[in-house]
Design a protein around this ligand. Structure first.
Ligand code: MRU
Length: 339
């Protein structure tokens, strides 16, 4: 499945808002098109957003080749600013923009350096995903009953995945699993995207309403909850799709292990605790309407938080390409990042 690619200076993306009904590729010729795709979640998921941001910079660089260096840098700064303003929580997007900008600024051939750095980000994500899936699959035992949330597979990473990649890898190793996927209101990444990916891979999945997670844990013998991350603070506090925190609290109550699976590119070394993580608020329309039909009275207030932050104390382990990190995360994250 080709989630995103850069061909000449065109960025192609599978439009995730249309799944599972339709597989349509959109072709972006400019920054505005990529920004709109990110804002409307045609492309989404922290690592995939990092790659989309890197490709937006590469596209601008490719279109600016042959121009004076200062002009190339100016155009890259404009792309950087536009893409940075799209979504605040997934750190991969911001880190990728900064990395590409920095390498362009440090090179005499700014355009060439930007393209090279963007491709390096893409390759690093592939390798990190492959390794973290191996480490994560090692945790999974025959008979595990796993609950996951949102979508953390190929669609969210343009690679194998994070939490879902771990599940798929364990399944391919022949482990016998049961998988429950939260539907993930309001945009249904679990029902539409996770279920679609698992069905396509031939892996049985049971979709549940978000509100049933506690009772499913109690009655179906859930042994592990595995989810992804959008930003991890240096103390291990983790931002992920809204509803994740509730799952962590429920997992503790029901004796299930609670794992975060994320590449180290999702760790923000500039943030000490989850309190500093910016949580995206999205439009009220996403909650107000279902299938184009109003389901909330106009007079009601709506709080549409896209993410929440799970305190590190609820997290059994963080599955990364450097291995499964354990508390205290202040130490294990520093060691893994080498800072
Ligand atoms: O709003 P989204 O769909 O971009 O949110 C995505 C998530 O919260 C994922 O769980 C997270 O990015 C991990 S992706 C491997």
């Amino acid at each position: 499945m080709q989630v995103i690619s850069l061909e000449d200076s065109r960025v192609m993306m599978l439009d995730q808002t249309l799944l599972p009904g339709e597989e349509r590729v959109i072709v972006c010729e400019d920054t505005e098109c990529i920004a709109e795709a990110i804002e409307s979640l045609r492309i989404r998921g922290a690592p995939a957003l990092g790659i989309a941001a890197a490709f937006a910079m590469a596209q601008t660089a490719l279109k600016s080749r042959g121009k004076p260096r200062e002009e190339v840098l100016q155009r890259l700064r404009e792309t950087h600013a536009r893409i940075k303003a799209t979504r605040p929580t997934a750190v991969n997007l911001h880190a990728a923009l900064d990395r590409v900008m920095k390498s362009a600024e440090e090179s005499q051939d700014a355009a060439e350096a930007a393209v090279r750095e963007a491709m390096r980000i893409y390759e690093e994500e592939q390798e990190a995903s492959r390794r973290l899936c191996e480490h994560g699959a090692g945790l999974i035992k025959d008979g595990d009953v796993i609950l996951t949330h949102c979508n953390t597979g190929a669609l969210a990473t343009a690679t194998l995945g994070t939490a879902l990649g771990v599940i798929v890898t364990a399944w391919r190793q022949g482990k016998k699993l049961r998988v429950f996927a939260d539907e993930t209101r309001p945009l249904l990444q679990g029902a539409r995207l996770t279920a679609w990916e698992l069905v396509k891979a031939g892996i049985p999945v049971t979709v549940i309403a978000d509100g049933s997670a506690g009772y499913v844990m109690r009655t179906q013998g859930v042994t592990k909850v595995i989810v992804g991350a959008d930003r991890i603070a240096m103390n291990g506090d983790t931002a992920n799709k809204i509803g994740t925190y509730s799952l962590a609290v429920l997992a503790r109550e029901h004796g299930a292990e609670f794992y975060i699976a994320a590449p180290l590119s999702t760790v923000d070394p500039g943030i000490e605790s989850g309190e500093e993580i910016p949580v995206e608020r999205r439009s009220r329309e996403e909650l107000e309407f279902f299938n184009g039909r109003r389901i909330v009275p106009e007079q009601a207030e709506v709080l549409n938080l896209a993410f929440d932050v799970t305190p590190a104390e609820y997290i059994t382990g963080i599955i990364t390409e450097a291995g499964v990190l354990r508390p205290p995360y202040e130490e294990s994250l520093r060691r893994a990042l080498g800072v």
